[in-house]
Design a protein. Structure first.
Length: 239
């Protein structure tokens, strides 16, 4: 893709972990020493968030496989890359499923234009919203490049959601590194999307996707079987 820009100057927003049951996942991640915040009212929530005081956060999400049946109509409305991304999110299994890259704005008009100019196919800009546990409304935008195994793009939350102070009993201070395997055919597009983010570390791989998340300050090993397939590594400090 010789028309690709050198970089879109996007930064890692969050890492998504697919789980079969959000309530058991919240309980298990809490038992592993994380402070977990519900994405909306607990009795209705399909996602939960693990915040840090700076840098990327972690999102746990539940999406039944049957939602994959909506990928075709979703793609017809929002563009084929959006439909393929929904199918990826709904596919079976647990563990790391995707990475979101963020702009420094609440609108994605500029990012959408830059993506198009770079030569990377993408969806339309989609608008999302949810109600937090206290009933306030949060708005955001997102768009999905193709192929679906590449990171996708999100806006800033409106209003901002990061807590002023966060403490995790397991000592985790923040995401020091996201080890992201990148197949040779995806490397140029990946570098265009995320080439400036020092936390997102590309590694040659047969398949493109998240391999592990390295946490600064983590005081003990966490077995993937205890946290729904999420692979964590310990780091002595943020890099």
């Amino acid at each position: 893709m010789s028309t690709m820009a050198r970089s879109l100057d996007l930064m890692c927003s969050h890492i998504l972990c697919k789980v079969h049951d959000i309530r058991s996942a919240v309980a298990d991640f809490t038992a592993a020493g994380f402070t977990v915040t519900w994405g909306s009212a607990p009795d209705k929530a399909h996602n939960a968030l693990i915040w840090f005081e700076s840098g990327p956060f972690i999102e746990l999400f539940e999406l039944p496989e049957r939602f994959g049946l909506l990928s075709l109509p979703f793609g017809l409305v929002n563009g084929a890359p959006a439909g393929r991304r929904l199918a990826r999110w709904a596919a079976g299994g647990e563990g790391w499923r995707d990475v979101a890259l963020e702009t420094d704005d609440t609108e994605l008009t500029g990012a959408h234009r830059a993506l198009r100019e770079s030569g990377i196919p993408g969806s339309r800009v989609m608008k999302g919203r949810r109600s937090t546990p206290d009933g306030s409304r949060v708005r955001y935008q997102f768009l999905t490049p193709a192929p679906a195994r590449l990171p996708f793009v999100v806006s800033q939350y409106d209003p901002p959601q990061r807590p002023a102070a966060v403490s995790h009993p397991n000592g985790a201070l923040g995401v020091a590194r996201v080890r992201f395997g990148v197949a040779r055919q995806d490397r140029e597009a990946f570098d265009t999307l995320a080439g400036t983010d020092r936390r997102l570390a590309a590694e040659p791989a047969d398949r493109t996707g998240v391999r592990a998340v390295r946490l600064a300050g983590l005081e003990h090993e966490i077995h993937p079987a205890d946290v729904h397939g999420a692979v964590f590594e310990r780091s002595p400090g943020c890099s």
